[in-house]
Design a protein around this ligand. Structure first.
Ligand code: SF4
Length: 432
């Protein structure tokens, strides 16, 4: 039997897709590409923006054209809008953001009986973290390890807490075991991921995110370096900073701290839990400990109360913080959110123009940060070798390209940064 898949959206989705897929492969299913005809097609969906919804619908239509015996669809879009995708003409397995560990059994029953299964749990009722077994690691370069699910923040523009439910932490021993297995498999960089990664521990008694970080460092034998995929500014506690400072060789010199807006009135309307002065003070504190750290961020522009004056404040603030990189998105009005109920939106052209303005500031800032490392030697995990060049990320998240090193993907190279460039600087290999 053949299986294929499509995983949309974030790294957490990819982690879950791989875990589900492994069960099929362990049971002698042959993995084929998404364009090929397969007996079973799995789609893991995303609903973070209107474009993500659109992409989900497109992928479902594409899969249907290949007429799989069973079409299994799961994930955030399904958790909120599953009724839209129920199709009487095809055998389907439809689950939301829970019960993924049952997906394989549902599919086998659906294949045998030619009957569809729909198992949707209200995400806000989910209490426990669902453990998924990852028996093989597809990516040998950077190991993405899921440590928690859900989010308690309910930012006014975001649908994710309704799709994923509240924050719940994974068992620490399972996290440590998975990191140990990845490390034993030669994976040097471990990326701790989640929906709201550093909210880890909020549902546990006497065990915090900082405790987890320290326990990983102390228990994993042969550990390379750890990267925190993203951390909310309110979650950067003194304890977290203390652990990072205590074990500098095990933590990447990089923190991704979502800002979302550099205007206090917009932040308030977004229901973010800080203002710009809190954010800036925290950044100063981090830089007191780690002067050369790369601080990257997510920024949403064109929120409905972002006037011209407020957007000017946003631009001023991002320059004041001197981010090393900004991922900028236009506000997307999402049904079911508080912001949707405000019934206000800015014109698409205006949002696009603001995105472009931020993109040009981003390029300047990124190059300014990169310049601090010109002629310095960086430790790069080689992620890809394509069209005669290799590239990968350094501990500080600078992305550098250098000469072809066949067969070295996954290895660590010492590379001197010799030419600035965004998004890719150029390097000279010193040692592999
Ligand atoms: S922190 Fe805010 S933006 Fe991020 S998942 Fe939670 S609600 Fe959504």
């Amino acid at each position: 039997m053949k299986v294929n898949y499509c995983s949309l959206g974030c790294k957490v989705n990819l982690y879950e897709t791989e875990a589900v897929l492994n069960e099929f492969i362990d049971n002698d299913f042959k993995l084929v590409s998404f364009n090929e005809k397969a007996d079973v097609t799995i789609i893991n969906t995303c609903t973070v923006t209107n474009t993500a919804d659109q992409k989900t619908r497109q992928m479902i239509h594409k899969a249907l054209r290949n007429k799989p015996k069973v079409l299994a669809i799961m994930g955030c879009f399904v958790a909120l809008d599953y009724k839209e995708i129920v199709d009487q003409d095809v055998t389907q397995v439809i689950i939301g953001t829970s019960n993924r560990s049952k997906l394989y059994d549902y599919v086998i029953k659906a294949l045998e009986n030619k009957t569809s299964f729909i198992d949707i749990e209200d995400p806000l009722e989910i209490v426990d973290y669902e453990e998924l077994k990852l028996s093989r690691f597809v990516d040998k370069t950077r190991g993405f390890v899921k440590i928690q699910d859900g989010c308690n923040n309910f930012c006014s523009y975001c649908r994710i807490p309704y799709a994923r439910g509240r924050s719940r932490s994974r068992d620490k021993d399972n996290i440590i075991k998975e990191i140990q297995d990845l490390t034993n498999n030669g994976v040097y960089e471990i990326v701790l991921t989640g929906i709201n990664t550093a909210s880890y521990g909020e549902d546990l008694e006497n065990y915090s995110f900082a405790d987890l970080l320290e326990e990983i460092v102390l228990k994993v034998k042969g550990l390379g370096r750890l990267r925190i995929s993203s951390i909310e500014v309110t979650e950067i506690t003194d304890e977290v900073l203390k652990v990072i400072k205590k074990y500098p060789s095990h933590f990447c010199n990089h923190l991704h701290i979502p800002l979302q807006s550099g205007s206090d009135v917009v932040l308030k309307e977004m229901n973010r839990k800080y203002d710009t002065s809190y954010y800036f003070q925290k950044i100063q504190k981090i830089r007191e400990h780690f002067p050369l750290i790369n601080i990257t961020t997510d920024l949403m522009v064109g929120f409905y109360n972002e006037t011209k004056e407020e957007f000017e404040k946003v631009k001023e603030f991002i320059q004041k913080v001197e981010f090393g990189e900004i991922h900028v998105f236009p506000y997307s009005r999402r049904k079911g959110t508080l912001a949707y109920e405000a019934k206000k939106d800015l014109k698409g052209d205006l949002k696009k123009a603001r995105v472009n303005e931020v993109l040009s500031i981003n390029k300047e800032l990124a190059l300014k940060y990169q310049a601090k490392y010109l002629n310095q030697i960086l430790e790069i995990v080689i992620e890809k070798n394509e069209k005669g060049i290799c590239f990968g990320h350094a501990s500080n998240y600078l992305k550098v390209a250098f000469k072809d090193l066949q067969g070295k993907v996954g290895s660590v190279a010492k590379v001197r940064l010799v030419e600035l460039g965004y998004p890719l600087g150029k390097g000279e290999v010193i040692e592999v």
